[in-house]
Write a protein that binds this ligand. Structure first.
Ligand SMILES: C[S@@+](CC[C@H](N)C(=O)[O-])C[C@H]1O[C@@H](n2cnc3c(N)ncnc32)[C@H](O)[C@@H]1O
Length: 264
């Protein structure tokens, strides 16, 4: 069975997949995705060797839980009811003290039942997205979770800043970097994937990491918004504009078609 992302993630790349796949090298060594999020491209490509990473420790532990103990994740999810009081209790739980499987079930449950599948935390790391208005969400898609677990078996899953990819990527490897986007306007930023956000200095550092990867002959592909800053940062790269339909909109500029940039 084909695996699909087991969480809904802001900026998820499912509908840009054909455009991304078309820009991947035919052959490459290890696949690296240092802003893995929902991992849409990873699950589409199912590379033999991959290193997936993200700065969100609960997300990383969720991937490990699904990879290493999918039976327990499924068992737990089946005991979680879809109701608001239970959701509110889950939200308050000190989940970081749990096992990877418990973190995974917690993360997946909240993702399927919260408003728009958002992940947003307060300064102390507390999950603060309200209960969603879904009639009957699929909290436990057992077949897909098993397919994802299978796809993850040969992956290394690392928690940390994207710049760690420089320690791991070798010549001939492929690196896909789908960072938080540069906001299109001052009022439209969605940078709350983490407590810290992702500002202009991070965007510059990301460009520098991409340059270094290219210098060592790794294949690099990035996606970002069509903000002027992105075009400026990547003026020495190939920059292509593609249209994406955004339903959970990271730019806040309304729903519908929006131009995004693929950079290599
Ligand atoms: C646009 S999302 C990736 C979406 C993903 N491509 C998908 O298909 O779902 C960006 C991800 O970057 C992560 N992130 C934010 N700042 C980071 C950093 N400094 N280093 C690594 N990951 C970071 C967030 O936790 C989030 O999961």
């Amino acid at each position: 069975m084909k695996a699909r992302p087991f969480i809904k993630w802001v900026g998820g790349k499912r509908q840009l997949l054909p455009e991304l796949v078309a820009r991947m090298p035919k052959e490459f060594g290890t696949y690296h995705e240092p802003f893995v999020g929902g991992g849409a491209l990873f699950f589409e490509v199912r590379p033999k060797m991959a290193v997936l990473s993200d700065v969100n420790v609960r997300l990383v532990r969720t991937y490990r839980g699904v990879r290493d103990n999918v039976n327990e994740v499924i068992r737990l999810l089946k005991t979680y009811p879809h109701d608001k009081p239970f959701f509110l209790r889950m939200r308050e739980q000190d989940i970081d003290a749990g096992t990877d499987a418990e973190v995974a079930a917690w993360f997946i449950y909240l993702n399927k039942t919260c408003f728009n599948g958002l992940y947003r935390v307060n300064k102390k790391g507390g999950f603060n997205v309200p209960f969603g208005d879904f009639k009957n969400p699929t909290i436990c898609d057992e077949d897909n979770l098993r397919a994802c677990s299978e796809a993850l078996q040969t992956t290394r899953i690392v928690c940390g800043d994207f710049s760690g990819v420089l320690l791991r990527a070798s010549p001939g490897d492929f690196v896909y970097m789908d960072s938080p986007y540069v906001p299109l306007s001052a009022t439209s930023s969605f940078t709350s994937y983490t407590e810290k956000g992702f500002g202009p200095d991070d965007q510059k550092l990301l460009r520098d990491v991409a340059v270094k990867l290219k210098q060592r002959s790794a294949h690099v592909l990035l996606s970002n918004s069509s903000a002027g800053m992105v075009r400026e940062l990547y003026k020495d790269f190939v920059v292509e504009e593609v249209m994406a339909k955004r339903s959970v909109n990271c730019q806040g500029a309304g729903r519908g078609n929006i131009a995004e940039l693929l950079i290599h």
